[in-house]
Structure formats: structure tokens, C-alpha cells
Design a protein around this ligand. Structure first.
Ligand SMILES: NC(=O)C1=CN([C@@H]2O[C@H](COP(=O)(O)OP(=O)(O)OC[C@H]3O[C@@H](n4cnc5c(N)ncnc54)[C@H](O)[C@@H]3O)[C@@H](O)[C@H]2O)C=CC1
Ligand SMILES: O=C(CO)COP(=O)(O)O
Length: 331
């Protein structure tokens, strides 16, 4: 490990749109940083492509993911691996980047399979809504696997970072600043600037809750309500994100909402995110086509981020969060 003598080895768990771009960023850095092994193993949820070829084989042959990130080379040191256990077994730095719906199942498969002292970071924007209340994904990872987990969130539309357009990101950590710095080194590029903030809940809640606001922004677009209304939705949404975060975790800091993970991610997602796009289509169809149907038709295997939980959350509605209430009524 960096603070000992052995080198760090990274595995990425997930190979969707952001999973591939994150692997590409990391792989570029591991070849330059002496404290890391070059190879980045990327776990692939195996799928069979229309050609009959397996997705993992196709990625390794072409060095690109033709389904989730076509036309972008990942780096020769990225190895796609459909075997979850094998992908992680030698790694001491684990990057979780799957849609949130799959994390719990993945973690359960990894119990007892990780290297001693492994560290994790979650790039996943979402939460598990259980009957006993919401559970942040980083906590889920820590609870199931018994490992420390930081988070990385920000205004990070993956397709833009893939072509090296400038972005910023925020790492949220709890107590261990050295670990956060090591993660930041692994992701930072001249076109991808990473800051660290000791407010893991705040950072993760920003990345999660902005997805709800993006649905509202999409509904506004679909109803042709105009830019002023959309700006109002974003402003009110930000205020509600802040209030809701503090209700869940009073320790959440106001300043976190001014980092990339806060207002910047809210803006980019309300302008260019998938939730916005599908919600717009939902409204244009007068609510006659379900989110599930539109997701399957419009996202080609990508997943909507949090529509089900938001629409169903009675607690949220009872707590009188106006914007979230509006969305649930629209549904
Ligand atoms: N795409 C983006 O621009 C950004 C995404 N994120 C977040 O990153 C996380 C991952 O998103 P993406 O990489 O975009 O994924 P994605 O939505 O592009 O892809 C879906 C992925 O899920 C996999 N999958 C399908 N069924 C599965 C199953 N049963 N078990 C496990 N995996 C399965 C697919 O193979 C594919 O890799 C999400 O939380 C998202 O909010 C964060 C920042 C930017
Ligand atoms: O998280 C995001 C940008 O930061 C949202 O991107 P998508 O909605 O396309 O996944």
C-alpha cells in the first residue's frame, strides 16, 4: 500500500457508461503513478450482444464498450472480467460504480472474498429505501463488507468526461483524509479536478437527491413551462435537498452544496441527465407511458436513477417536501 511498501491495485465494479469512463480515468493514472499497478480490472455484468458475442469478450478485443460507451478506447491496461470474485481478489482499492439497484446483491456476493485492508469508493448516485428508512450506498457497502467507503460525486456527465471536456468532482470522506487524498490522486486529470470534503453524507446526498430534482426539471420541459419555471424548480430543489439532507444527517454542511457535488451536479443533471430526458418524455406523453416503459425504450440498458423510490416514499410526502410531493402527484 502507498503508506507501506506494497503497491495499490485497483478494481472497478461496474462497466456501464460512467463505469467505463471511470475505468479510463483511473487506468490513465495507474500507468503514471508508481504507487499503483498498471492493470485495472473492471467487473462486467455479462450480457450477450446482438452479434452473439459476450460483452466482456468484446470489450477485451476492441478495448471499448460498444454498448455503454461506444467509440472510446478504455486504455490497454483495462481488463474486462465477468467473474466478480476474480475481478476483486487481488485489489486493495475497490471502485463501486453500478446502478444503485444492484449494489446490495453484488456486495453480498463479495462477503469474505476481499483482500484484508481493502478500501472502497462509491461513484453511485442513489440510495436504498428500506422499510426502516433510507440507507446510503456507502453505508450499505461498509455494513455488508466491513470496509471503509468514500464517495465521489460531481457534475460528471460521463460522455463529456470520456472526450476529456473539463469537469470537477468532489470526494466525500469520513475522518481518514490520507485515504481520500489517495483516491483523489487516482482520479485527478488536467481535465478532471477533484476536491475532498469531510462530509460523506452531504456529498452522497447531493448526488442522490439531485436525481429527483432532475425528474421535476424534465416534467417542466415536457410541459413547456419555460426556463424561469425550470430555474425555480432547480432553486427550490436545491433548498429541499439541503433541508432533507439535514433532516437525515444534521451533520451535513452547507458548504458542501456549493461544491461540484452540489449545485454544479444539480445544474448539469437538470440540463443533460437521463432522468430529465425520460421525465420530459413522460410529460409529453401525458403520463400515459410508464417510466419503466420509457426507460427500456430510451436508455438502451441504462437505468433511471431513483424514480421508483421517490414516487413511493410516503415518509417524504408526510414530511411536506413540496417539490417531491409535486412529483409524486404528477405520477
Ligand atoms: N452515466 C453518467 O453520466 C453518470 C452516472 N453516475 C452514476 O453511476 C452509477 C452507474 O451508472 P452508469 O455507469 O452510467 O451505468 P449505466 O446505467 O450506463 O449502465 C447500466 C449498467 O448496469 C449493468 N447491469 C444491468 N443489469 C445488472 C444486474 N442485474 N446486476 C448488475 N449490473 C447490471 C449493465 O450491464 C450496465 O453496466 C449510477 O449510480 C449513476 O447515477 C454518476 C455520474 C455520471
Ligand atoms: O450524475 C450525472 C451527472 O453528474 C447524471 O448523469 P446521467 O443522468 O446521465 O446518469
Amino acid at each position: 500500500m502507498e503508506n507501506g511498501h506494497a503497491k495499490n491495485r485497483v478494481a472497478v465494479i461496474g462497466s456501464g457508461n460512467w463505469g467505463c469512463v471511470a475505468s479510463r480515468l483511473i487506468a490513465s493514472n495507474t500507468t503514471k503513478l508508481p504507487s499503483f499497478y498498471d492493470e485495472v480490472r473492471m467487473w462486467v455484468f455479462e450480457e450477450v450482444l446482438p452479434t452473439g458475442k459476450k460483452l466482456s469478450e468484446s470489450i477485451n478485443q476492441a478495448n471499448e464498450n460498444c454498448k455503454y460507451l461506444p467509440c472510446i478506447k478504455l486504455g490497454a491496461n483495462v481488463i474486462a472480467d465477468p467473474d466478480l470474485e476474480n475481478a476483486v481478489k487481488d485489489a486493495n482499492m475497490l471502485v463501486f460504480v453500478t446502478p444503485h439497484q444492484f449494489v446490495e446483491g453484488i456486495c453480498k456476493k463479495l462477503v469474505g472474498k476481499l483482500r484484508l485492508g481493502a478500501q472502497a469508493i462509491s461513484l453511485i448516485k442513489g440510495m436504498e429505501v428500506k422499510t426502516e428508512g433510507p440507507c446510503m450506498i456507502s453505508k450499505l457497502i461498509t455494513d455488508i463488507l466491513g470496509i471503509n467507503c468514500c464517495v465521489l460525486m460531481g457534475a460528471n456527465i460521463a460522455s463529456e468526461i470520456a472526450v476529456e471536456k473539463f469537469s470537477e468532482a468532489t470526494i466525500g470522506y469520513r475522518k481518514d483524509k490520507e485515504v481520500a487524498i489517495r483516491w483523489a490522486k487516482l482520479f485527478t486529470m488536467p481535465y478532471f479536478l477533484v476536491s475532498i470534503v469531510e462530509d460523506i453524507e452531504g456529498v452522497e446526498l447531493c448526488g442522490t437527491l439531485k436525481n429527483v430534482v432532475a425528474i421535476a426539471a424534465g416534467l417542466v420541459d415536457g410541459l413547456d413551462m419555460g426556463n424561469n419555471t425550470k430555474a425555480a424548480i432547480m432553486r427550490i430543489g436545491l433548498r429541499e435537498m439541503c433541508a432533507f439532507s439535514k433532516l437525515l444527517f444534521p451533520s451535513v454542511r452547507d458548504n458542501t452544496f456549493f461544491e461540484s457535488c452540489g449545485v454544479a451536479d444539480l445544474i448539469t443533471t437538470c440540463l443533460g441527465g437521463r432522468n430529465r430526458r425520460v421525465a420530459e418524455a413522460f410529460a409529453r406523453n401525458g403520463g400515459k407511458r410508464s417510466f419503466d416503459e420509457l426507460e427500456a425504450e430510451m436508455l438502451h440498458g441504462q437505468k433511471l436513477q431513483g424514480s421508483t423510490e421517490c414516487f413511493l416514499s410516503e415518509d417524504v410526502i408526510k414530511n411536506n417536501f413540496g417539490l417531491l410531493k409535486v412529483i409524486s402527484v404528477c405520477n
